[in-house]
Ligand binder design. Structure first.
Ligand code: GLN
Length: 504
């Protein structure tokens, strides 16, 4: 992409975010029926356009949620692209049935939440068809038989079966069948279940000895073990559900239908077996590579993440400044009502965790309104409202710390209140507030990493995606930390130079 195109893309994204924010504001104030587009219309298209436009779905793009890593069903290849049985199946069906898909690698539990809130049109994530899930989702025909199994650390583990788990901690993935199974026998065998969101961290917990065993689907454990992930399976597999593709109950029936038709075709043409063989018979062996290789391979994805981190912070900070200035002036107003509005705003957003708002905007609001919300909009709203609250206080504090004599002197020279504020008080207040604003900007940049919980592709999210596939957690996190550090150092330097310039 050329620089010009990139700038264009950034500008376009900024415009989209601002446009969507306005739409949401309108929605909140009930002015108009909000017009956030449904998930499938906003999605960018991945994959080639269908050769044959054979069905009514032709030209449509569906957003499909999936797990971060659930190899061999979904995982990242060496180049950082999503691959695996599920990915091949959905892409193949989409091609044959004439629709396009945009894959969102959210993590298993987050993908299910996203489906419930219509943030995605469907989920394919080695997802077992279970009775409780059938109450809320519609499933395709089953495409893979699975079952839960227990694995322990390969070396120095004396756990041989469930009986040895007494008083110990085991791990399983949040919201998964493995977790449900582990919890169902936890009391009987006297162990505790610690749930985590990702396979990579689950396995790491077992290898580090912080949990003695992991409950996961047997094909996934088997694949990991064949890749030398440091585990070994010790129990027979439990009878478990088969995997199915899911849509929200009563929604996207034509997508489900197309999936079933496509799956039938894949099976009858032998393509389905070919896909299974590709991953199960001849799994690509993870070759141990050097730190340098890891750095080189992960750099493009991390840079993309860093770009998103910086962009979301920049947009959010600009909006937070506007909110903060506006609310800050309300806070020093003489009207009780205006002061009350600003005080309530600050108490609400300073008094609640950022993550709660990220979940609320991304998963909660769509459930309330029935309209999906763009992840950039949810991210920017979360960061800017939270920072807006802190900036309000910074603005108020700075204005109030300008010597009252300044205002009096200015007024006695014949300037009105507004002019005195504008010409005398506010410029001095700005000098006082810049260091605090720089602080707030840095805090926001770091806080933006929390948006990974809703699947926003910022820097730490990209890091997670990488170590989820190669299990090199420590080194990947180290690279991520260094990147954050460098950017924050540069930002601080830049801000200090600007501060000196403006405040000479
Ligand atoms: N098959 C399991 C389930 O549906 C786990 C899926 C996963 O971890 N991606 O609960």
């Amino acid at each position: 992409m050329s620089r010009l195109q990139q700038t264009g893309a950034v500008r376009h994204r900024t415009a989209t975010v601002i446009g969507a924010l306005l739409a949401i504001a309108a929605m909140f104030f009930g002015a108009v029926g909000a017009s956030a587009a449904p998930a499938h219309a906003t999605a960018a298209t991945i994959g080639s356009a269908p050769a044959t436009a054979s069905t009514s779905l032709s030209g449509k793009t569906f957003v499909i949620g999936t797990d971060t890593t659930f190899a061999p069903f979904e995982f990242r290849d060496a180049g950082g692209d999503l691959t695996g049985i599920d990915m091949d199946i959905i892409q193949e069906i989409a091609k044959k049935q004439g629709f396009a898909v945009e894959i969102k690698s959210l993590g298993f539990n987050a993908a299910l939440q996203a489906l419930s809130s219509n943030q995605v049109d469907g989920v394919i994530a080695g997802m077992s068809i279970t009775e409780p899930r059938k109450q809320i989702y519609d499933f395709s025909d089953p495409y893979f038989e699975s079952g839960v199994q227990m694995a322990v650390a390969k070396s120095n583990s004396d756990i041989k079966g469930y009986e040895d788990l007494k008083g110990k901690t085991v791990t399983a993935k949040t919201g998964s069948e493995g977790e449900t199974f582990a919890k169902s026998i936890a009391d009987k065998y006297g162990f505790t279940v610690k749930s985590l969101d990702q396979s990579a961290t689950m396995y790491e917990l077992v290898k580090s000895g912080n949990a003695v065993a992991v409950f996961d689907d047997y094909p996934v454990l088997a694949y990991g073990i064949s890749q030398n992930n440091g585990l070994k399976a010790v129990t027979e597999k439990e009878k478990g559900g088969s995997y199915g593709f899911a849509v929200n109950k009563g929604q996207n029936p034509e997508l489900l239908q197309a999936f079933n038709t496509g799956l039938g075709e894949l099976k009858s043409t032998g393509k389905y077996q070919e896909i299974l063989d590709k991953y199960l018979k001849d799994p690509t062996q993870a070759t141990p590579s050097s730190f340098w290789d890891l750095l080189v391979n992960s750099f493009p994805a991390l840079m993309k993440g860093l770009g998103n981190t910086v962009l979301v912070t920049a947009i959010s900070f600009a909006i937070a400044m506007l909110i903060g200035l506006f609310m800050g002036f309300l806070k020093i107003s003489t009207s009780v009502l205006l002061r009350g509005i600003a005080t309530t705003f600050v108490s609400v957003f300073r008094g609640t965790p950022l993550l709660v708002w990220a979940f609320f905007f991304y998963f909660g609001v769509p459930q309330l309104t029935g309209q999906p919300i763009d992840i950039w909009v949810a991210g920017v709203l979360t960061l800017s409202l939270n920072s807006g609250a802190y900036i309000t206080e910074i603005v108020r504090g700075s204005i109030q710390s300008v010597d009252p004599g300044q205002l009096e002197a200015s007024r006695s020279l014949g300037l009105g209140y507004a002019k005195s504020m504008q010409k005398v008080v506010v410029p001095q207040a700005f000098k006082i507030m810049t260091p605090s604003l720089i602080n707030q900007l840095i805090i926001m940049l770091k806080d933006s990493s929390l948006l990974l919980a809703i699947g926003f592709a910022e820097l730490l999210y990209q890091g997670q995606q990488i170590y989820a596939g190669n299990f090199r957690i420590t080194e990947t996190l180290l690279i991520v930390a260094v990147l954050y550090f460098v950017v924050i150092m540069l930002l601080t330097k830049l801000a200090n130079v600007a501060d000196k310039r403006f405040n000479k």
